[in-house]
Design a binder for this molecule. Structure first.
Ligand code: 1PR
Length: 523
């Protein structure tokens, strides 16, 4: 029996699902006695250090946790569950951590995008039970802006390179903790978790020791989900956002089955977009929650969900915050949420007032769950102009002239699934959302969506140059060469496709096989 510490933020469902998949039972600790009585304790932390410590204090978990750790019983901390072991964190300097290990968590100050999101390797510094059946050259899923800096070098179990060499795992006696998420790291992560669960494991070192670890470019599958005219929830796909063919909504499969297929085929991440979420209140749209719950049972890579994440008042005047909507998604198995239309309204307001309100969905969700949990989905469309003069938006010189031979354009934001253009451009939106706390940009492109004509490199370059958070290039992938082009010509950390994967025109494995000698890829 594994006892799991759920302090109430983040996606613990995936950890429970992963442990159960390995045949072990999980009990979620409900009080301090259950922490003290644990045989093996797993502490998965996601989000913000300050918020975590507040809740641990409120629930009076600090003391029992310290006592459990001092008794050297088996413990596995994940992500923030690693940071919690230290004395403090730059993320919330006013609060003290458990202080079981000396040192602190520091923010990345590197010339790379922060958060560090994606699949990276480990360099093993000491044998551990966790490394049985691990070769040493595998990649694990990371998502964080802070890393731990222990004072005592003897606790370092693994390091990872990302601009600097940082500590990605610690071990002291039976206390183990990883910065990466084993529960999100596919079969490799499950193997590592199994080693913690099993009783008979001896400490070993993997046979391969990489000199340097590298972050892989991520290949992401995107599932646009909505109800069709018969009321069934289906994966659909638009051509420039028009999902109807001969009047009917295109049906390309069932969401849970398709997600499973993409996990099996090697997708590094899966995104669900509830594309009609802007119309209805998503918490009424329980099927999406069911899709997440079912998918997260067997799919052990990160899951993002978008559509309808905003504040809402129902017909009885009951108010729901965007945070409450997001919370429901996280508890159902989402690792990140994506905000589309609401981000545009928030940015417009911010540009008008020049002030952060602290009340917006972006600010609220990132404060509780961390920046890395908030993705901004942008749906831009090109607006061609004859020159940069008299245009209030950042204009780029384009190699793809407009219908009247225009050599310049800007990228207009839209809301409500591309139905309504706004007086705001994608570059400014991305910049403002980063300031407000977003951790990643999902950059779609209405002009390229479903066209198979390649990613809009000009758009991606313009947005990527404006932010320091990771960007997912989306829309237009038609062949393997398009992925090479977007990774070689832009600094996008990941590339997403939908149509070619759904229709089996280009499988994910083919994309990865093609890229593997050219770029860093997770195989
Ligand atoms: O505004 O917060 O409710 O979020 C709605 C979400 O639904 C947004 O993320 C928006 O992008 C998405 N959405 C709304 N309408 C559509 C539509 O297609 N009619 N889908 C839509 C957007 C775009 C991509 C697609 C790529 C790759 N989907 O994510 O998967 O373009 O496609 P391809 O490889 O086939 O070219 P809110």
């Amino acid at each position: 029996m594994i006892t799991l510490l759920d302090y109430g933020a983040g996606n613990v469902r995936s950890v429970i699902n992963a442990i159960e998949k390995l045949g072990e039972t999980v009990r979620v600790a409900q009080n301090s006695q259950e922490i003290l009585a644990a045989e093996k304790l797993v502490f998965p932390g996601v989000g913000n250090f300050g918020n975590m410590i507040h809740i641990l204090k409120q629930k009076q978990y600090m003391d029992p946790l310290k006592r459990y750790l001092q008794s050297n019983r088996p413990f596995l901390g994940i992500c923030l569950g690693l940071h919690a072991l230290f004395e403090e964190s730059e993320e919330a300097p006013e609060l003290k951590g458990l202080g079981v290990l000396k040192g602190c968590a520091r923010r990345f100050r590197v010339k790379r995008s922060v958060p560090h999101i994606g699949w990276n390797g480990i360099k093993v510094k000491q044998p551990s039970i966790l490394f049985n059946d691990i070769q040493g050259n595998e990649k694990f899923y990371f998502v964080h802006s802070y890393y731990v800096d222990p004072k005592d070098a003897s606790v370092v179990m693994t390091t990872t390179d990302y601009g600097i060499e940082f500590v990605s795992g610690i071990q002291r006696g039976n206390i183990l903790a990883t910065q990466f998420h084993p529960e999100k790291s596919g079969s490799t992560g499950l193997a590592l978790l199994k080693n913690f669960i099993q009783k008979d494991r001896e400490p070993v070192s993997p046979s391969i020791q990489p000199e340097e670890t590298k972050l892989a470019k991520r290949i992401i599958a995107c599932l646009d989900v909505r109800s069709n005219d018969q009321g069934d929830l289906v994966v659909t796909k638009g051509d420039q956002y028009d999902v109807r063919e001969d009047g009917a909504v295109r049906n390309l499969g069932k969401p849970v089955e398709l997600a499973q297929r993409y996990f099996d085929e090697g997708a590094d991440e899966i995104i669900f977009l509830n594309i009609t979420g802007f119309r209805e209140f998503p918490l009424k749209d329980m099927p999406m929650l069911t899709v997440l719950k079912q998918t997260s049972k067997t799919v052990f890579v990160p899951l993002t969900i978008g559509g309808g994440i905003r504040e809402y008042t129902d017909e009885n005047s009951r108010q729901y915050s965007a945070l409450a909507v997001a919370e429901e998604y996280f508890r159902s198995g989402a690792d990140k949420i994506s905000i589309g239309s609401d981000a545009v309204y928030i940015a417009e307001n911010y540009l008008k007032t020049g002030k952060k309100t602290g009340e917006s969905s972006i600010e609220q969700i990132s404060t509780v769950y961390g920046n890395q949990a908030v993705v901004i989905s942008i749906d831009p469309r090109r607006v061609y102009v004859h020159g940069p003069e008299n245009v209030r938006h950042p204009v780029v010189k384009t190699g793809i002239p407009g219908p009247e031979g225009e050599r310049y354009c800007w990228f207009q934001c839209t809301v409500r699934g591309g139905r309504e253009g706004r007086d705001l451009d994608a570059v400014t939106l991305a910049r403002v959302c980063e300031v407000l706390g977003a951790g990643e940009i999902l950059l779609n492109c209405i002009d390229r969506d479903g066209t198979n004509s390649g990613f809009d490199v000009e758009l991606i370059t313009a947005v990527k140059d404006a932010v320091t958070i990771p960007v997912i290039a989306s829309s237009g992938a038609g062949c393997v060469e398009h992925f090479q082009e977007v990774f070689e010509e832009t600094d996008a950390e990941s590339a997403l496709a939908a149509g070619i994967f759904h229709r089996r025109e280009v499988p994910i494995s083919e994309v990865k096989n093609f890229l593997k000698d050219k770029l860093e890829i997770r195989l």
